[in-house]
Design a protein around this ligand. Structure first.
Ligand SMILES: [Zn+2]
Length: 419
């Protein structure tokens, strides 16, 4: 028996196909089809709602294997589905590291069994993420890794990164890059500025990010490797990325909601829930990131969903781990602050969750064209609500947005299915 669904009456926004109008969407057995070919579909009435291609988050930590007290594939993908995402890219900084095809295959097997959304798994750039020996990048790609990264860090030696980029270019996949020079970043726990000095905390200067952005743009130019810069935080990084793109280099970049909506001032209010890598910076940096979204320099918004247990985060500023959870707050925050406040148009904002990530991954995701997998995100742009961390599906609670008032809500997600 076939499984048929008709989405009726919504505004359909499909940026890849430059489509923005009211239309019905037909789904049969998990695939988008012409509504006229359906025989007796179940109808989902969505007047006043927006239907978009399923959102893709390029940056999540699902903590499997090895750290499932923080999150696991079941809880992390439940958080993704609740937050409007139908595909997530998991980072390889797990225990053990996803640095070989065997560990990668184990994660993909677990994700197929437990995942509420599609899970893509990035492979590591270097063995054990130690920044020394480059992994078998072609082997990782063959086992299913769409990209490679040492996220959490980056090879500190330019020669190692160059070798990794040569291998990634030969394998035809992108390197995605956590830009941080440890010799400049350590022992900083927040942005190196007036707030850090007032709080008496060691700072990380912008240069800790920017020297790696510069280095790796140069290496991408030399090797021809596709390079995607993760979680950019500084105005200088955005300027360098823009310049690289003007020179036709294959370099893209992403921003995270926390760098778009918070500055280092948040370290006073939210304590260690404002401790992230790279750190929250200053208002001029925040504005530069928003300008980067507006002019297309940044092609994606990614959450850097980084679950940590309450005990770990309670260790205080110097010992607590970096990062906050983001899967369930990102879409409401972005639609509230960027769409409903007139910063970006609806197709622009939806493209940052669909077309941009598609380009980085090089996969046929993020579109509602006929024949595509029926991954759909359904939004109510006017719904007012407040973020409630207690209601999150994530196993962790490290999030500074509890109680934030939002306008714009995820109503539902369909993940390659008709239900
Ligand atoms: Zn990172």
């Amino acid at each position: 028996m076939t499984d048929e669904l008709l989405l009726v009456g919504a505004r359909v926004v499909d940026p890849l196909n430059a489509y923005d109008d009211q239309r019905d969407i037909g789904i049969r057995d998990g695939v988008i089809v012409d509504p006229a070919t359906l025989r007796d579909p179940e109808r989902l009435h969505l007047q006043g709602k927006v239907v978009a291609p399923g959102f893709i988050d390029l940056h999540v930590h699902l903590r499997y294997p090895g750290q499932t007290h923080k999150e696991d594939i079941r809880s992390g993908t439940a958080a993704a589905a609740a937050g409007g995402f139908t595909t997530v890219l998991a980072m390889p900084n797990t225990v053990p590291t996803v640095d070989n095809p065997t560990v990668l295959a184990d994660v993909l097997r677990k994700a197929a069994a437990d995942g509420a959304v599609h899970v893509l798994q990035a492979g590591a750039l270097t063995v054990g993420r130690q920044g020394e020996a480059v992994t078998d990048i072609a082997g990782l790609k063959a086992a299913g890794a769409p990209v490679v990264t040492d996220d959490g860090s980056t090879p500190q030696l330019a020669g190692v990164m160059r070798q990794a980029m040569i291998a990634a270019a030969a394998a035809g996949i992108a390197v995605i890059d956590h830009c941080e020079d440890c010799s400049l970043a350590r022992p900083g726990v927040m942005h190196d500025g007036a707030v850090a000095r007032e709080l008496g905390l060691p700072g990380q200067p912008r240069s800790a990010e920017e020297v790696i952005v510069a280095r790796d743009i140069i290496l991408a130019a030399e090797t021809g490797c596709r390079l995607h810069l993760q979680h950019l935080s500084s105005a200088g990084s955005v300027a360098m990325l823009r310049l690289a793109q003007q020179h036709g280099l294959p370099v893209t970049g992403e921003a995270c909601p926390h760098h778009l909506f918070l500055t280092d001032e948040a370290c006073r209010t939210f304590g260690v829930n404002a401790k992230m890598a790279p750190p929250l910076r200053e208002e001029a940096d925040r504005q530069a990131l928003i300008d980067g979204l507006r002019d297309g320099t940044l092609c994606a918004i990614a959450t850097d969903h980084a679950p940590h247990s309450a005990d770990e985060k309670a260790a205080g500023w110097t010992k607590a781990p970096f990062g906050i959870i983001g899967l369930e707050a990102a879409v409401p925050l972005c639609f509230s602050e960027l769409y409903n406040k007139g910063v970006l148009t609806l197709p622009q904002l939806i493209a940052l969750f669909t077309v941009g990530p598609r380009k980085v991954l090089g996969l046929p995701v993020g579109s509602l064209e006929l024949g595509a997998t029926a991954d759909v995100t359904i939004l109510d742009l006017d719904a007012k609500h407040s973020i409630s961390v207690e209601s999150f599906a994530s196993r962790s609670r490290n999030c500074p947005y509890d109680g934030w008032q939002c306008r714009g809500k995820v109503v539902g997600t369909l993940v390659g299915s008709s239900r």
